[in-house]
Design a protein around this ligand. Sequence first.
Ligand SMILES: *Cc1c(COP(=O)(O)O)cnc(C)c1O
Length: 310
Amino acid sequence: MPALPLHLDTPLFRTSEAYSKSGRPLWLKLDALQPSGSFKLRGVGRLCQHEVENGAGEIFCASGGNAGIAAAYAGRALGVPVTIVVPETTSVEVRLLIEATGAAVLVHGAVFDAANAHAIALAEARKAAYVHPFDHPLLWEGHGTLIDEVVAKGAEFDCVIASVGGGGLMAGIVEGLRRNGLSHVPVIAVETEGAASLNASVMAGERVTLPAITSIANSLGARQVAQHVFELPSSHPIESVTVSDADAVAACLKFADAYRILVEPACGAVLAVADVHAGLLSRFQNPLIEVCGGIGVSLAKLRAWQETLL
Ligand SMILES: *Cc1c(COP(=O)(O)O)cnc(C)c1O
């Protein structure tokens, strides 16, 4: 018997047809309501559980924020110490939120790759478990539970809209669709301009490493998607689209007013698709939107982005 999962079965809302320019009613899978603030707990929780069941007494994770707080939450639930290595770009607010969840935070390196290399080295030196934020089969297995839950509720949907950073969420959604006999259901993969590593790779026909991340949606700021994620479009229908930072922030504000929930621009990007790419959705009757959430947002941040971008 596997242990009980650490994540929650989140609510599924239905918007009115008038909510977006697509004219379609949208299913909203509210993973912003996970105790860690984002879907990340699904996969990170699964992976941490597996490591602890296999004897790990300590966990290291590199993260810009949401994977880190998910690992911190999982470690506390499992009773093992957790250290999160964050790059210098991670805000003080996010560092404090991770520490408040009970994990130690180390700041290392200017970018994620440097923080990640440090986390791997520390875990090796201390014989501890290392948790990657997006590139591990158990993460994908865990993220796939969001599709299991929607299917278990009997909701009919004919496409899934989700954002892509390193692509762990999308890989999990594809796995969730496959294990529920829904391999034909397309995924619309959303990135912001300036963080569009999947879109650039699809265009180039090879896995591209972006020279820099220039979007405010830092949870989407992987300079390169995982190899498995780059290969997914050859075995599953995936459409890659981009929106601007301004579109993402406008969608965060609209969603906050409508549902009284704050989400990061990484999540606003997904919500924006039903307005910005309304034509793309005309092929579908019942789009499902993964409202991925994120802790890197506040009223003050939304206001500041609104002032500079809108
Ligand atoms: C991590 C994250 C993403 C992107 O997930 P990947 O698995 O890196 O593609 C999107 N939105 C939020 C809020 C996240 O925390």
